[in-house]
Design a protein around this ligand. Structure first.
Ligand code: ADE
Length: 230
C-alpha cells in the first residue's frame, strides 16, 4: 500500500501513536508537524491537523501532494448519534458527508454540495474491512460498527441538533474533520478510512463525557490503527 498518512485532530489522538513510532524526519508545513517514519516497519506520516474541516483538508492535501502518501487513515474521537452506540464503541466510516453544508435555499438537499458530482464520500472498501477487523480484535468490552460519519464545524452537545443529524442524514456519529479528509482524498483519488471511538453521545452531557473519555477513546483508536498496519 506504500506510505500511509495518519491524521489526528488533537494531541490526545496523535501523541499515543507518535510514542509507538520510529521517527526519521519531521517536516513543518502550514503550521503542522509531519512525523515521517515507521510503525512496525510500515512507512507512515503522522500529523496533528488541528480541529475543524479547513485544517483537516489542508492537512490531507499536503500529505497527498507534498508527502506522496498512498492512503489516508483518520483516527480519533466522535460523538455518538446512533442510539445503539455507547461511549468507547467504534465507528469505521462506510461513508462521510458534511452536516453543515446548507444550500437548501436553492433547492438542494441539506449536505449537498452544488455543482459537484457527489457530496457523500465513500471510504475504501479494503481499508474499511481491515479497520473493522482490527477493531473487533482490539475491543474487549466495546462494539464496532461500519457506518456513516457526518462532519461539521460544530461540537454537537444539544439533543435537538443530535436528533436532526439522525433524521436528516441517518448518521451514526459526528465529528469535525472526517468529511473534509474524505472529500480531499476523493478529488485526489486516494483511498481513505475514518476510525472514530465514541467519547460522548453528542447531547447535553457531551462536554463532561468528552473530558472523561477522550484519552481512553484515543488509546483504543491507536491500538486499532497499530493492528491495521500489521
Ligand atoms: N468529537 C467528539 N465528540 C464530538 C461531538 N459531540 N461533536 C463534534 N465533534 C466531536
Amino acid at each position: 500500500m506504500g506510505t500511509i498518512g495518519i491524521i489526528g485532530a488533537m494531541d490526545e489522538e496523535v501523541d499515543v501513536l507518535r510514542g509507538e513510532m520510529e521517527i526519521k524526519e519531521v517536516k513543518s508545513i502550514a503550521n503542522m508537524k509531519f512525523y515521517i517514519g515507521n510503525i512496525d516497519s510500515k512507512g507512515i506520516v503522522l500529523v496533528r491537523c488541528g480541529i475543524g474541516k479547513v485544517n483537516a483538508a489542508i492537512c490531507a492535501q499536503i500529505l497527498i501532494s507534498e508527502l506522496n502518501v498512498n492512503a489516508v487513515i483518520n483516527t480519533g474521537v466522535a460523538g455518538a448519534i446512533n442510539d445503539d452506540l455507547d461511549v468507547l464503541d467504534i465507528v469505521v466510516s462506510k461513508d462521510v458527508l458534511y452536516h453543515d453544508f446548507d444550500v437548501t435555499g436553492f433547492g438542494h438537499k441539506l449536505g449537498e454540495i452544488p455543482r459537484m458530482e457527489r457530496s457523500i464520500f465513500s471510504a475504501d472498501y479494503d481499508l474499511v474491512e481491515k479497520a473493522w477487523d482490527a477493531s473487533k480484535k482490539t475491543l474487549e468490552k466495546h462494539d464496532a460498527i461500519k457506518g456513516r460519519i457526518v462532519s461539521g464545524d460544530i461540537f454537537v452537545s444539544d439533543f435537538k441538533i443530535k436528533k436532526s443529524l439522525l433524521e436528516n442524514f441517518n448518521a451514526d456519529c459526528t465529528e469535525m474533520e472526517g468529511a473534509a479528509i474524505g472529500h480531499t482524498c476523493y478529488v485526489n483519488n486516494i483511498p481513505f478510512v475514518i476510525i472514530r471511538s465514541m467519547s460522548d453521545k453528542a447531547d447535553g452531557s457531551a462536554h463532561n463525557n468528552f473530558n472523561e473519555f477522550v484519552q481512553e477513546a484515543a488509546n483504543n483508536s491507536k491500538d486499532i490503527v497499530k493492528l491495521m498496519l500489521k
